[in-house]
Structure formats: structure tokens, C-alpha cells
Design a protein around this ligand. Structure first.
Ligand SMILES: [Zn+2]
Length: 216
């Protein structure tokens, strides 16, 4: 499509001075329509995907590592692209180590490894990996002690829906609600809003947090 536009622009430029006929006019209109269409860079530029290395805490977790590796091999570019597009943020991490073990998952921070529970079913491995990557993606906006699940859930649900569908997203929200801590309330608050309201609130938070961080 874009290459075709370029070709038409070239022909119009080279032929217009000598040939005046209706075909040239049509080509000129096409050229103008093409040149005013949205830049392709917003949706099709190559995504820089962080390198993720999954490391078993012990050999017991080799099979779980294999599952995480297959998720990342299949979907990394799509996951990163979708997360960046919906959040409006860009990953600063280029390489992340994720320890696969049996315990509470956590995002880690910069060189501190991510930790991922080994025994989750496959879909919860997908959802949790994206959840923990989400903390890393939005971490420049927050201080370490901030409770940032409220902001995260304003965009995480919509990432899950776009990647794997609403049934997947709703099932993973149910899984997270069953965990204690900040999850049930943060999910209730996020899902009480429409997708548009979530997006608006998230943009306001990004703007406020950037201002706050700049003033620190
Ligand atoms: Zn979390």
C-alpha cells in the first residue's frame, strides 16, 4: 500500500508537466490521499523486544521454564507492541532475567530479577508474565513504595483483552481477585469504568506522575 503510493507519486511528478489527462488527475488525487494518510510508524514500526531469560530456581522447574519460554517465543513482539500501544509507554529494559520458582510472583526492577510462579496453568502464566512486565513498563512513573496496581489495572485488562480475548481477561481477573492484598479492590475500581474512562484516567495519571517525578 505505501510502496504503491510512492510509485504513483513518482509517476505523477514525472509525467504531469507533459501529459494532462484524466488519469493524471486521478493519480494526483491518489497521491494526495496517500500523503495525508496517518504515518505508518505508529502501528507498524519494528518493536524493540526486551530479551527475557527464564531461569529455573532448581531443576524441578525445568518444565515450567519451557512453558514460559514457549509463550515468549510465540508472542513476545505482539505482547510488547500491545502493552506499549495501550499504555503509551516504552520499555526501558533491554534484558530481563526471570527466576521460575514456587512462590509469589514479582516484577523485580532493573537488574533485580523478575520471579514467576512455576505451578500456574498456562493462561495464568501468560497473564502473570504480562502483569509483571506491566510493573516494569510503568515503573519510571512511580516510586518503589507506591501502590501501583490501581494504575496498572487501568490498562492491563485492555491489553489482556486485545491479546487473548475477553474470556481470557475475565478469567484472569477472577484468578487475581482470589489473591489477597490490593488485587480485589484495584480490579473492582478499574472494571467499574468503561474502556474509554480507564484510558482517560490512565492518561491523567501518566501526566500527573511525569510532572511529579520532574519536580522531585
Ligand atoms: Zn503486581
Amino acid at each position: 500500500m505505501i510502496a504503491g503510493c510512492g510509485l504513483r507519486i513518482g509517476r505523477v511528478k514525472s509525467r504531469a508537466p507533459r501529459v494532462r489527462n484524466p488519469q493524471s488527475a486521478v493519480l494526483l488525487v491518489l497521491a494526495i490521499a496517500c500523503s495525508s494518510s496517518p504515518s505508518p510508524t505508529s502501528s507498524s514500526s519494528p518493536v524493540r523486544v526486551p530479551r527475557l531469560e527464564f531461569v529455573p530456581e532448581s531443576e524441578t522447574f525445568a518444565a515450567a521454564v519451557g512453558e514460559y519460554e514457549r509463550i515468549w517465543a510465540a508472542d513476545a513482539a505482539r505482547i510488547v507492541h500491545t502493552m506499549q500501544e495501550i499504555s503509551g509507554l516504552t520499555f526501558t529494559d533491554t534484558a530481563i532475567t526471570a527466576i521460575v520458582f514456587e512462590g509469589v510472583s514479582s516484577s523485580g526492577f532493573r537488574d533485580t530479577p523478575m520471579r514467576l510462579r512455576a505451578s500456574y496453568p498456562l493462561d495464568t502464566k501468560r497473564a502473570t508474565l504480562i502483569h509483571e512486565l506491566g510493573h516494569r513498563l510503568q515503573s519510571p512513573l512511580f516510586r518503589r513504595q507506591d501502590e501501583e496496581h490501581g494504575p496498572l489495572f487501568l490498562w492491563l485488562y485492555d491489553v489482556w483483552v486485545r491479546l487473548y480475548g475477553q474470556e481470557f481477561a475475565d478469567a484472569q481477573v477472577a484468578v487475581e481477585r482470589r489473591r489477597r492484598g490490593p488485587y480485589p479492590r484495584a480490579w473492582d475500581e478499574a472494571l467499574a469504568l468503561s474502556p474509554r474512562e480507564r484510558a482517560e484516567r490512565w492518561r491523567a495519571i501518566v501526566s500527573n506522575q511525569r510532572q511529579r517525578r520532574n519536580e522531585e
